[in-house]
Design a protein around this ligand. Structure first.
Ligand code: GCO
Length: 431
């Protein structure tokens, strides 16, 4: 069965950050530091999903999706990141999973969508190798409770973005600006993913995947310097995260780091533990030019000549086809089945979000073209069910099929919700 779903993440929707024994996450800390998020917005309340989850499950049921990708907040399950387990946290996700299954919606939990327990950050976060073992312990704890009911698990969400924004550039939590010294945060996330995959399987998990954010890379020109920079970007954004998982080796990183001594014997075997799926988040292609002097080996030249979303991101539906067929030609038979675990756009604060309908229509069509060209795609998840806390942008970017009034928490389906409902209905009658 092809999975049609919506996607969310814990810190972006749950709120209730101090309830039922939840520990502090790096996003609680970061969002409360002056100047980190637009207008100082935080996820303290967000969509209050922690209290309103029943209503949100009803919204999905009304939409007619058969899957829901959400994330589990590590600090709800292990407030200190290791050791003591907060049973109330597991109870919350168990209630959610059971309610979804009752409605015929497959739960697709992501174990880490950036809300690292602050206690682990205090020990270095993803720069500290020990965290990989902590993550595997946490994965085993969640799976012990839910593996019998969850068909598909996602270990990590977008390790690239977490490394780049969180540790290299400092625009997301934990707010570190280490530039290429952030590379250990990539390796330790990948190692954590491999160990967690093994722990999940040992606990009876049926299918395991990871979600990578991938982008087609377009050189700004055919000049040597631009081509070289584009290759660097492709390596650091895409291949750094796909190659070790799918091929068991890193691309050549010698131009970007003096040493890879953080990679130890045996690590790559763990990282390449076979998977049942690869989650892909696609938003737009990236156009890359030769570096300026900011210390990075490339410069973002901006994609021009396309419509843009409210966020200013270029809308290039065929980029999804290009990305998927590109993955197939690069990895061949090493490529597992793909799930589009996120795709969507932000729009202005309107219920008549016709540009979102056009966006989704275009991207679903591009996905189908890739499938016609032989790419094995098994699912498509719209980001997002609800308008929510868009990280450093706070509540300013609205990605939801459902509008949220953040004063009253009132949910109102947008035109795109009705469009998707009809699209899904038509498919069910077609097949
Ligand atoms: C990401 C995350 C989501 C975002 C979405 C829109 O890609 O940044 O997975 O949490 O909200 O992508 O930016």
């Amino acid at each position: 069965m092809f999975l049609w779903g919506t996607a969310t993440a814990a810190y972006q929707i749950e709120g209730a950050v101090k309830e039922d024994g939840r520990g502090v996450s790096i996003w609680d800390t970061f969002a409360h530091e002056p100047g980190r998020t637009r207008d100082g917005h935080t996820g303290d309340v967000a969509c209050d999903h922690f209290h309103r989850w029943r209503e949100d499950v009803e919204l999905m049921s009304g939409l007619g999706v058969n899957a829901y990708r959400f994330s589990i907040a590590w600090p709800r399950v292990q407030p200190q990141g290791d050791g003591e387990v907060n049973v109330a946290g597991l109870d919350f996700y168990e209630r959610l999973v059971d309610a979804l299954l009752e409605k015929g919606i497959q739960p697709v939990p992501t174990l880490f969508h950036w809300d690292l327990p602050q206690a682990l950050q205090d020990r270095g976060g993803w720069i500290n190798r020990d965290i990989a073992g902590n993550f595997a312990e946490y994965a085993a704890t969640v799976a012990a409770r839910l593996a019998d009911r969850v068909p598909l698990w996602i270990t990590l969400n977008e390790p690239f973005v977490h490394m780049a924004y969180g540790y290299a550039m400092g625009i997301h939590a934990p707010g570190q600006a280490l530039l290429t010294d952030a590379l250990p945060a990539a390796h330790h996330q990948l190692l954590a993913h491999g160990l967690a995959t093994q722990a999940l399987r040992a606990a009876g998990a049926r299918q395991v995947a990871i979600t990578n954010n991938c982008t087609p890379v377009w050189p700004a020109s055919q000049e040597e310097a631009d081509l070289k920079a584009a290759e660097a970007y492709d390596i650091l954004h895409n291949r750094l995260f796909n190659d070790p998982i799918l091929l068991g080796k890193y691309p050549d990183l010698s131009a970007y780091t003096k040493t890879v001594d953080f990679v130890r014997d045996g690590d790559l075997d763990v990282i390449a533990t076979p998977l049942d799926g690869l989650g892909i988040n696609y938003y737009n292609p990236t156009r890359i030019a030769a570096p300026t002097d900011d210390g990075l080996p490339f410069a973002d030249a901006g994609v021009t000549g396309y419509p843009t979303t409210a966020f200013g991101w270029p809308v290039v539906p065929d980029g999804l086809r290009e990305l998927l067929t590109g993955l197939k030609s690069r990895y061949g038979s090493a490529l597992p089945p793909i799930h589009i675990t996120e795709n969507g756009c932000s729009t202005d604060d309107t219920l008549e979000d016709h540009s979102r309908i056009e966006f989704l229509e275009g991207h679903i069509a591009a996905m189908r073209r890739a499938m016609d060209e032989g790419v094995d795609v098994r699912g498509y998840f719209v980001w997002s069910l609800l308008d929510n806390f868009e990280w450093a942008e706070g509540y300013h970017q609205r990605f939801g099929l459902v509008h949220v009034d953040f004063e009253t928490q009132r949910r109102t389906p947008k035109a795109s919700y009705r469009w998707l409902r009809e699209h899904l209905r038509a498919q069910n009658t077609d097949t």
